[in-house]
Design a binder for this molecule. Structure first.
Ligand SMILES: [Zn+2]
Ligand SMILES: [Zn+2]
Length: 152
């Protein structure tokens, strides 16, 4: 199956490095307006992992930011270069969303969400994984990931 244990990533200046010690749960691209602002680009790619599986070396700072749901999240940055590496959503206790593009080896999105806000010049080949807003996790996440989620 997918064996992505011990994936490594870092910020732009290299002062912060991290390792994801177990397989990620799911990787998705979000095209919403908040994600455009926070990346300064057309979409973010988030890899969902368990908080216990993230080992960070180096100094990070964090700040609270709003979400569409109003419950907010905490974003973590390298203190040296300011690159946004990962975040914790209030609604997803015990889990972390890592910014996949900071990984040394990229992971392909298994879903695209908020495609209604997608930039018009982006064409996604696999329409089956595109969702106007959000998807139903029970239907889309791999069985193995759902099982691990329920065991936590
Ligand atoms: Zn840095
Ligand atoms: Zn978003």
């Amino acid at each position: 199956m997918n064996d992505n244990k011990n994936l490594k990533g870092s910020c732009a200046c290299g002062k912060v490095e991290y390792t994801i010690t177990d397989n990620p749960l799911f990787t998705q691209a979000c095209h919403c307006k908040n994600c455009k602002k926070s990346t300064g680009s057309s979409f973010v790619i988030h890899t969902m992992i368990f908080e216990d599986d993230l080992v960070v070396n180096g100094e990070v700072s964090s700040t609270e930011l709003p979400t569409g749901s109003g419950r907010g999240y905490r974003a973590f940055f390298c203190v040296g270069c300011g690159v946004y590496l990962y975040c914790k959503y209030k609604v997803a206790q015990g889990r972390i969303a890592v910014r996949s593009a900071t990984l040394d080896k990229p992971l392909s999105p298994q879903a695209h969400i908020y495609v209604k806000d997608k930039d018009p010049w982006i064409e996604i080949q696999n329409q089956a994984i595109c969702f106007n807003t959000m998807y139903d996790r029970e239907k889309l996440w791999p069985k193995e990931s759902l099982k691990r989620l329920n065991q936590k």
